[in-house]
Write a protein that binds this ligand. Structure first.
Ligand code: 5GP
Ligand code: ZN
Length: 137
């Protein structure tokens, strides 16, 4: 079992620090975020420590999405949410503040006033082609 003793999410996920748990199984705990973007904002935490998307094994990442889907569906109905954002941050510049992989489940309400998004840019077709070329190598 991969674990980092200094990691708060390792301790929460494994039940060493109490949390408001929405769902738990052998591999995951889903908890209410202490600084919610909206009412019901929750985090899917794997019990094993992986820093981010690039460290977590593919199979566990896939299971995190399944847990996220099931829990989001249950929360959407129970909380009468109008929509849902799933957000997953990697790296400080992308907004990751806790280096233990987690998937945000953010219920949305028509009048919640939250902004979760980005400012769209307007690249030329040449710039898009260049980007595609770089990605495909
Ligand atoms: P990140 O910015 O890394 O994507 O998300 C970290 C999230 O964890 C934030 O939304 C923050 O409010 C939440 N968080 C940080 N520490 C704790 C904690 O001790 N307990 C809970 N429940 N949430 C936390
Ligand atoms: Zn951890």
């Amino acid at each position: 079992m991969k674990r980092d003793d200094n990691c708060i999410f390792c301790r929460i996920a494994n039940g060493e620090i109490p949390s408001r748990t929405v769902y738990e199984d052998e591999e995951f705990r889903v908890i209410l975020d202490l600084g919610p973007a909206t009412r019901g904002h929750a985090l899917v935490l794997p019990k094993e420590h992986y820093a981010d998307l690039f460290e977590i094994p593919e199979e566990l990442a896939a299971k995190a999405m399944v847990v996220g889907k099931k829990t989001a569906a249950q929360m959407k109905a129970a909380l009468c949410a109008d929509g849902f954002n799933l957000v997953q941050n990697n790296g400080a510049c992308a907004g990751q503040t806790v280096s233990h992989f987690h998937l945000h489940l953010i219920p949305r309400y028509e009048s919640d006033g939250q902004k979760i998004g980005w400012n769209p840019s307007e690249p030329s077709p040449e710039e898009l082609d260049e980007t595609l070329k770089q990605i495909l190598g």
